[in-house]
Design a protein around this ligand. Structure first.
Ligand SMILES: *[C@@H]1O[C@H](CO)[C@@H](O)[C@H](O)[C@H]1NC(C)=O
Ligand SMILES: *[C@@H]1O[C@H](CO)[C@@H](O)[C@H](O)[C@H]1NC(C)=O
Ligand SMILES: *[C@@H]1O[C@H](CO)[C@@H](O)[C@H](O)[C@H]1NC(C)=O
Length: 333
């Protein structure tokens, strides 16, 4: 008997997901992807992100930032934004030249890709932590921690060499340090505030069912599609009654062009066991009104229920009331 209240509690009390939903994004980071094809051809891609939502692009031909949202500048003035753009323009040029010099001096081989991620994250209690990590050919290379360069084990002796090399350039390290520990936290708080209407909006999902490619003879792949929801945390389950089906497979959550999310959740079942299964969607925008779709019950069955049963019930209740009142009047008289 103890189990039942606990189960009910699990259904009623929203999971940890929903807490995140109310918080919205908590970090800002820049991503750099630099492709060096040969000694003359290099491509630098840059972008700015709030968690997994992109708010800046970088036009490497003109060396200017692309602001993807009206509030992407946060609370920074146009002058400060222009200064930062200039800094990144010079950085990309110097970075490219520096890498090309190192390659020709040490006879490294083209092609290769260098990736960088740098930013800051808000932790509970308002502490903001900054980070910078660089990768080489998809492996961790170096990171900056506590104002100093730390070689990653995957980076091998090259990473150790790089940290010794960069230590000669205290000027560059000081700029990086200022960007990470001062500019980023100030920007993060400003942009989270400037974008709050969009970052904290609630958009309800739509859901529909379909069958996927047959997993085998006599089997069915039930697919539950959930799309158009925001924020990202969502819980989608295949259920039989109140019983969550353990074989439920969750896909990756994919971003739609309009900054809403899409998810598909599948279940592989014996064809004969599909009836009575339902897909249940919980999302912060729905409150406690979960979406529940039944397999093999086209929605018109639901409509027939509403169209016939409900009016009949109301009619029955009215009739009963009418008879009851007539009867009570008669007994009074
Ligand atoms: C360098 O790489 C680019 C892009 O792959 C290619 O178009 C170009 O021909 C290459 N140049 C040389 C000198 O190999
Ligand atoms: C960085 O500094 C903090 C406290 O100042 C310390 O807890 C942490 O261990 C340090 N990390 C490294 C890698 O030195
Ligand atoms: C922007 O907002 C942050 C956080 O509220 C604040 O520290 C900063 O002074 C504001 N102005 C600028 C120009 O950064």
């Amino acid at each position: 008997m103890l189990l039942l209240p606990l189960l009910l509690l699990a259904v009623i009390v929203p999971g940890g997901d929903n807490e995140d939903a109310l918080q919205g994004p908590t970090s800002f980071h820049l991503i750099q992807i630099s492709t060096f094809a040969n000694s003359t051809w290099t491509q630098n891609q840059g972008s700015g992100w709030l968690d997994d939502l992109q708010i800046h692009g970088w036009d490497s031909d003109s060396g200017t930032a692309i602001f993807l949202k009206p509030w992407s500048k946060g609370n920074f003035s146009d002058e400060e934004v222009a200064e930062l753009e200039e800094l990144f323009r010079v950085y990309f040029i110097e970075f490219t030249r520096g890498v090309q010099d190192i390659v020709s001096e040490f006879q490294f081989e083209y092609p290769f890709v260098i990736q960088g991620i740098a930013g800051c994250e808000l932790h509970s209690g308002k502490a903001i932590q900054s980070f910078l990590r660089a990768g080489f050919e998809g492996l961790d290379f170096v990171s900056i921690e506590n104002h100093s360069c730390v070689p990653e084990p995957e980076g091998g002796s090259e990473a150790q060499w790089f940290c010794v090399f960069i230590a000669q350039y205290q000027g560059i390290l000081a700029i990086i340090d200022r960007l990470l520990s001062k500019t980023c936290p100030r920007y993060l708080l400003g942009v989270l505030d400037a974008g709050k209407a969009e970052l904290h909006r609630q958009v309800k999902p739509e859901a529909w069912l379909s069958s996927g490619p047959t997993p085998g003879p006599g089997r069915l792949l039930l697919v539950c599609h959930v799309s158009g929801f925001y924020p990202k945390p969502v819980r989608v389950m295949w259920m039989r009654g109140e019983q969550e089906q353990p074989g439920t497979q969750r896909g990756n959550i994919i971003l739609n062009a309009d900054w809403t999310w899409y998810l598909r959740v599948t279940l592989d079942v014996e064809a004969g066991e599909a009836a009575g299964l339902s897909c249940r969607v919980k999302h912060s925008s729905l409150g406690d009104q979960d979406i529940i779709l039944y397999w093999g019950h086209p929605t018109y069955i639901g409509l027939i229920f509403v169209a016939i049963i409900v009016p009949s019930l109301i009619l029955l209740i009215c009739l009963a009331l009418w008879f009851w009142r007539r009867w009570s009047y008669q007994t009074v008289l």
